[in-house]
Ligand binder design. Structure first.
Ligand code: VGL
Ligand code: ZN
Length: 204
């Protein structure tokens, strides 16, 4: 069975948000339409404590975009975003949630970031999404949401490693694009890992 995974469609990733993604809001109506093609829909939610180690503000003298080593893993520093319970962490108000079977929150451990909806960046913490999908007979996943070059990409890469047939819905994602070309690079990386790159209108 196929499932739709909606990654981090949250206010802080929308234009005007704390970690704004250009055109991030444009994918909301596409995702709403595409949900009609699935009986099984889940979502992920970036959900950080205020003291999270990925926030530049929590490292004296460090700027957004700088790299540090966090608990032995290279970490780019972000603006404060998706703080638990804040309006920035809430899902976009127009996103239809009627069909969602579960929401998998991530990024709660202050010592490690968590881009993938499956595991944290150390591959130690497990959100339980893989087991949940498999227990429900899901073997094929379609991924959309934000952001193409971070959380969507790492969710797809882990999805492939977990044995799912993984699809990217290209018109239902947008990238942070810290460096020009990051979106295109991420798509190539996902394709090389074994993901299928498609369009919302291709889904049956
Ligand atoms: C994300 C950066 C930091 C994402 C989350 O959802 O892609 N990116 N936290
Ligand atoms: Zn985050």
């Amino acid at each position: 069975m196929k499932a739709l995974i909606i990654v981090d469609v949250q206010n802080d990733f929308m234009p005007g948000g704390a970690l704004a993604v250009k055109e991030g809001d444009q994918i909301v109506p596409i995702i709403n339409q595409v949900q009609d093609k699935f009986d099984f829909v889940v979502a992920t939610q970036d959900w950080h404590p205020a003291d999270h180690g990925s926030f530049a503000a929590n490292h004296e003298g460090k700027e957004i975009g700088e790299f540090i080593v966090l608990n032995g893993v290279e970490q780019i520093l972000w603006p404060i975003h998706c703080v638990q319970g804040s309006s920035g962490a809430a899902f976009h108000k127009d996103l239809i949630r009627d069909k969602w079977k579960a929401v998998f929150q991530k990024g709660m451990n202050p010592l490690v970031d968590s881009y993938s909806g499956f595991f944290d960046n150390n591959k130690l913490g497990d959100t339980g999404m893989s087991k949940f999908l498999k227990d429900n007979g899901v073997d094929e996943i379609y991924i959309c949401g934000l952001t193409a070059d971070y959380c969507v990409k790492f969710t797809i890469l882990d999805g492939v490693l977990e044995g799912f047939k993984a699809h990217l819905i290209l018109d239902a994602t947008r990238a942070v694009n810290i460096n020009e070309g990051d979106f295109a690079k991420a798509v190539i990386e996902m394709e090389n890992a074994g993901a299928i790159i498609g369009h919302s209108s291709d889904i049956e």
